[in-house]
Design a protein around this ligand. Structure first.
Ligand code: ASP
Length: 449
């Protein structure tokens, strides 16, 4: 049995929904289907999820959201009409979204999640009803009825362990199950969503709960590429990649597959195959536990420019027991999570997502470092890019770091920071954001051309 998840572009129009249904029906093993909300039809288009967020925000601000509401309903009506589903289905979708407004209690986060979830929820109803109109036995299943219980972290929920046992009963539903991605319910019964792109997580949870043989993730690219195709045209495709490699690359900026979506399938060893709805015969990329054919030491190169780095120095820091803890405690107090902390003898650098470091927080942190820890020097480097060179084969190959360093030098890019753990599955380089693309191109040419 396979669990298949279809992303937003795969459901953006009636034509796309037809493709999705053909894919579902072409393999009787595709039993549980997870759908996103309709996404973009063309580059400038707006995803239904974003329309719904605008809807919620307008309602919170003005007590009404007529224009925004109509834009959402129009997207569903257009798809529904072209698919020829009964008018009643479209009316029910319009009513479902409208009725959500009356559930606003003044809790904005909760309301935004409730509205956001309407995207996938109604898309699942639409797809199920289209399949039924084609004489297929298909059932829409609501995550509450299926027992998908999440933590009450609005917009950033995590699955609770009891969900896995509850979801097993999906196996007993005859025919095809159409399940909305992206949201579940808290123990209190509220709708809660995962972070953006979270339908991938739903698919992974379902695949793990049902012990699926494969989790297929249908999107709009033929496969995962070894580097972002928007900076290197026609890059090397990845046929197979391990969970660990994928995790590193997702962290580093590969956004084909949600960063958190691997955990449930990883624990069960269920392979994931990324495929293209617009070209389903392409082999795609398989993410699995162990790769057999390691022909190149490096599988992919990712980069992300969202970081900043706080550097602190204090003479004889290395002698002060508990210094590192105190540094991190100051960050913890501000609710800041840090990503890496490469260190020298008398200095520590702390790399974090720069969106967390507002100017007020920066001021309080700098004051605390100076006044409580008596740090002598503090510098903050904003707009730092992290470049990840990733590959299971690197640990058995001498000279990877040398080749990478040469690639940076070739294009005159200064390496601000290097980090490599003992597992040696990736080497991370910090460079100025404006130099990252140049560096990635040079690395690509070193390792792939
Ligand atoms: N529709 C949601 C988003 O745009 C979730 C998803 O597509 O996975 O983030």
């Amino acid at each position: 049995m396979k669990v298949a998840k279809f992303g937003g572009t795969s459901l953006a129009s009636a034509e796309q929904v037809r493709k999705v249904c053909n894919i579902i029906l072409s393999d009787p093993e595709r039993k549980v289907i997870v759908v996103s909300a309709p996404g973009k039809r063309y580059k400038e288009d707006i995803k239904v999820t974003d329309l719904l967020i605008a809807c919620a925000e307008s309602y919170i601000k003005n007590g009404k959201a007529t224009k925004e509401y109509e834009a959402v309903v129009e997207r569903y009506s257009e798809i529904g009409r072209e698919l020829g589903v009964p008018e009643e289905i479209i009316n029910n979708i319009a009513k479902d979204i409208y009725d959500r407004f009356s559930l606003y209690t003044g809790n904005n986060e909760k309301f935004i999640d409730l509205m956001k979830a309407a995207g996938e929820d109604n898309c699942a109803k639409l797809v199920a009803s289209y399949l039924q109109s084609q004489g297929v036995k298909a059932t829409y299943v609501n995550p509450k009825d299926a027992g998908l219980i999440l933590s009450s972290e609005f917009g950033n929920a995590q699955v609770l362990p009891e969900s896995y046992e509850n979801l097993k009963s999906l196996k007993d539903i005859p025919g095809i199950v159409i399940f909305p991605g992206f949201f579940g319910y808290s123990k209190e019964g509220d709708v809660v969503t995962f972070s953006r792109g979270g339908s991938d997580i739903t698919g992974s949870i379902l695949a793990a709960a049902l012990d699926a043989e494969l989790y297929e993730n249908f999107t709009d690219v033929d496969c995962i590429y070894s580097v972002n195709p928007s900076i290197i045209p026609n890059p090397c495709p990845i046929e197979e990649i391990t969970y660990r490699e994928m995790r590193e690359l997702s962290y580093g900026g590969f956004n084909v597959f949600h960063e958190e979506a691997l955990i449930p399938v990883y624990k069960k060893g269920i392979p994931v195959r990324v495929k293209n709805t617009n070209n389903p015969n392409a082999p795609g990329t398989t993410i699995l536990h162990t790769r057999t054919n390691i022909t190149r030491p490096v599988v992919g190169i990712a980069y992300d420019t969202r970081f900043c780095c706080i550097n602190i120095s204090k003479y004889l820091m290395n002698r002060e027991i508990g210094f590192g803890r105190k540094v991190l405690e100051i960050l913890e107090k501000e609710g800041i999570s840090y990503d890496h902390s490469p260190s020298g003898i008398d200095s520590i650098s702390i790399v974090l997502n720069q969106s967390q470091l507002t100017s007020e927080k920066e001021k309080r942190i700098v004051d605390a470092f100076r006044n409580k820890l008596h740090v002598e020097e503090i510098t903050i480097m904003r707009n730092l890019a992290l470049i990840m060179v990733v590959g299971e084969g690197m640990s058995q190959t001498v000279g990877i770091a040398a080749r990478a360093a040469r690639a940076f030098a070739k294009v005159g890019v200064n390496i601000e920071m290097i980090n490599q753990g003992l597992t040696e599955i990736s080497i991370m380089f910090g460079v100025k954001a404006e130099e990252s693309i140049k560096a990635v191109k040079s690395l690509y040419s070193e390792f792939f051309e």
